[in-house]
Design a protein around this ligand. Structure first.
Ligand code: SF4
Ligand code: SF4
Length: 352
């Protein structure tokens, strides 16, 4: 097939030495177990599509879409293979051949027609004048209470944010294989968000404002850490590092320092910090393969329960949603209890 997106990564694919270190702690291979579920197999499939040894089929497309883009493989790879770039390029070539799933097509149509992933035509952004530009993002715009909480926290700490009308950053276009659509969409984004800097609420928006739009984005926790006072929450909790937070942005200490200052004792899970396990919500599988997403989330919530903490704190709205569902399932399946909270709820309580 014409594999123009994969073509750019031909050399990259050839640096794979087939050692399989990438299989260790890949959340997909842990659940499914085939070579093609891990990075090595996905790189081989991609190379086959590029060389023409493989013709695109639905089962190849399914394998290449069954990846959370968690970057665990990249952190283990001795050859530095940029697995996620290869997989998203393979997806782009497959999408051009008509292999996008219905649900992914719908999300992209929603972004193009309404500017947000949910297709909501009446997004009520908390518009306000202020000194520092804030990018709220689709996930927080759809959770107005959480957004208000974060804005109020910033106000309490003396930071006044400016909120304007905004549209999705376009990250789903890039990772679900709609790269050409993103090229067209990018100028629409810049018209509405002309700033060179941003405070962001969502780890993934933070990454994509930097990588897709060259904006100097700072996650809100990096700003909060500079100003947070001592608190006295007296809680014990475990902490889930979202993949984009710990592996892509390398923001690892900041949330832990904030929680410690507020009086939260952190008990680490088996996989933590740069070696954190994915929640199962990334890479589009939450929409296109909910069974796989649920199974990965259950494995993660079991790690949290094993710490003995009764609360899991995270910093990403998708991780929070996915892990809350897993917490409900584990209660039904095994009678075990754990409460899942996002960090703004804890900071809000700590500043009360
Ligand atoms: S760890 Fe890297 S080099 Fe080894 S098989 Fe996986 S992708 Fe290839
Ligand atoms: S990005 Fe994550 S899910 Fe995808 S192949 Fe690598 S380790 Fe597995």
């Amino acid at each position: 097939m014409d594999a123009k997106n994969l073509k750019k990564f031909e050399k990259e694919m050839n640096t794979c030495i087939r050692c399989a270190y990438c299989f260790e702690e890949c959340p997909v291979i842990e659940q499914k177990g085939w070579d093609t579920d891990g990075a090595r197999g996905k790189v081989a499939l991609s190379y086959g599509l590029l060389s023409g040894d493989l013709e695109p089929t639905q089962s190849i497309a399914d394998k290449l879409f069954q990846c959370t883009l968690c970057r665990n493989c990249e952190s283990k790879c001795p050859s530095g293979v940029e697995v996620c770039d290869i997989i998203t390029s393979a997806r782009a070539d497959l999408v051009e051949k008509g292999y996008a799933s219905d649900i992914h097509n719908t999300v992209i149509k929603n972004i193009k027609e309404t500017g947000n992933i949910y297709g909501d035509t009446e997004v009520m952004a908390p518009l306000q004048e202020g000194e520092v530009p804030l990018f709220v993002g689709c996930q927080y715009l759809s959770r107005p209470n959480k957004t208000k909480k974060y804005i109020k926290i910033l106000e309490k700490l003396g930071i006044n944010v400016k909120v304007g009308r905004e549209i999705c950053c376009g990250f789903p276009m890039e990772v679900l294989g709609f790269k050409e659509d993103f090229e067209e969409y990018k100028s629409r984004f810049t018209e509405l968000y002309p700033h060179q800097t941003a405070i962001t609420f969502c780890p993934t928006c933070t990454v994509f404002l930097k990588e897709g739009h060259e904006i100097d984005a700072k996650h809100v926790l990096q700003v909060i850490l500079e100003k947070i006072p001592e608190g006295n929450l007296g809680m014990k909790a475990t902490f889930h590092d979202p993949c984009d937070f710990s592996r892509t942005l390398k923001i690892i200490d900041e949330p832990r320092q904030i929680l410690k200052k507020l009086g939260v004792e952190i008990v680490e899970m088996k996989n933590n910090k740069g070696n954190s396990s994915c929640c199962g919500g990334g890479g589009g599988i939450l929409m296109s393969d909910s069974k796989l997403s649920d199974d990965i989330a259950l494995a993660r919530i079991r790690q949290a329960i094993d710490t003995g903490a009764d609360t899991l704190i995270t910093t990403c709205p998708t991780c929070e949603t996915v892990l809350k569902k897993a917490a409900t399932q584990i209660k039904e399946l095994e009678g075990k209890d754990i409460v899942v909270r996002n960090i703004e709820d804890i900071i809000w309580k700590g500043l009360a």
